[in-house]
Ligand binder design. Sequence first.
Ligand SMILES: O=C(O)C1=C[C@@H](OP(=O)(O)O)[C@@H](O)[C@H](O)C1
Ligand SMILES: C=C(OP(=O)(O)O)C(=O)O
Length: 438
Amino acid sequence: MAPNTADTALWPAPHASGAVDATVHVPGSKSVTNRALVLASLASEPGWLRRPLRSRDTLLMAGALRAMGIEIEEGVGPDGTGEAWRVLPTGLRGPATVDVGNAGTVMRFLPPVAALADGPVRFDGDPRSYERPLNGVIDALRQLGARIDDDGRGALPLTVHGSGALDGGPVAIDASSSSQFVSALLLSGPRFNQGVEVRHTGATLPSMPHIRMTVDMLRAVGAQVDTPESGGEPNVWRVTPGALLGRDLVIEPDLSNAQPFLAAALVTGGKVVIPDWPARTTQPGDRLREIFTEMGGSCELTEFGLVFTGSGSVHGIDVDLSEVGELTPGVAAVAALADSPSTLRGVAHLRLHETDRLAALTKEINELGGDVTETADGLHIRPRRLHGGIFHTYDDHRMATAGAIIGLAVEGVQIENVATTAKTLPDFPDLWTGMLGA
Ligand SMILES: O=C(O)C1=C[C@@H](OP(=O)(O)O)[C@@H](O)[C@H](O)C1
Ligand SMILES: C=C(OP(=O)(O)O)C(=O)O
């Protein structure tokens, strides 16, 4: 299946003529929207998602759930204001066909849901989806009693032969290549006959905030979850079987997608306000407050949202990004413009994201005159005077936004296929030019 965004069109990244000063309304979180869609589909009563993200990844998730028989109505919210989706859970059906695109959340979260359907569910996606690890989910579902046909590589394409129910119970997996393996099994766990006990056996586990997000959202719909943090064994999560409630959930803005706008304030010495920044959240993007402060900015959470101000100086950073890997491309872009070197660590698993992000960032920044080297688990970035040129994006939304950050400070940067930002932020070019024109 071809990616829907593979084009080579070039977008001249706007150069900032001065300090930005703007308020940017960032659309809803991909990770929260896709978890909310799955949980609402597994519930025993209808639910609402208010201010959901409408992007390629979330529309693929909604389309997949619809293919399995769930009704998702798009319209206004229960109080008549704002956009909302109403989810009407029904019996999960097969046969069905699911296009995962290149959405990690769709390819990992839905095979366990498909095991509960009453017929075969075929999963396929973009060429890159065939290369992204899925073995943790496939092996675990087999251990839990599911029948799956695949080509033996532990990846897409595959068919889950749903039989209407799954035994569930204890399972051991190595989730060092993606936290989404753990989240996937926990999300459907309440609907397995014996619930699920997931034991992670690998040496490392990335993206812990995303696992906490899964646990928090499960608890919010009435699931009982025991975690290492709630006094359980290290690396073991337990979900008790039980019915899930339909909720009326307001989706938070996507804080990882706030990154390029905060970066704009940092690299231009300007100010950007992000309304509705949550005071408490499991989103990894909340770590930007700390990371970009260390890199030279300052921020304050006010009644208007997060107010982030650049100082005019950008500093290098030595940081372990293992918990917040999806922030790496944006941090690397800022680091390439800093006044001192940076070391980004703990992100070896990014080689298996939308593209090999460590190789892509190294190549593209170096082709603009930079000095980046790959390490075993990250990047060394020594800032150099950069020049214009084409910034290739490899169908990776975060490569496109990273290139746009560099383009603010470097004249003549052209972003290949900026439309790839539609994976999680379809309005990016307009939001970006709006921010600069404000
Ligand atoms: O569960 C989620 O919503 C996500 C988990 C992380 O995946 P990995 O653990 O595979 O890095 C993150 O990078 C991805 O953008 C979203
Ligand atoms: C890694 C990412 O996405 P996915 O959900 O496809 O894993 C990302 O958005 O940075």
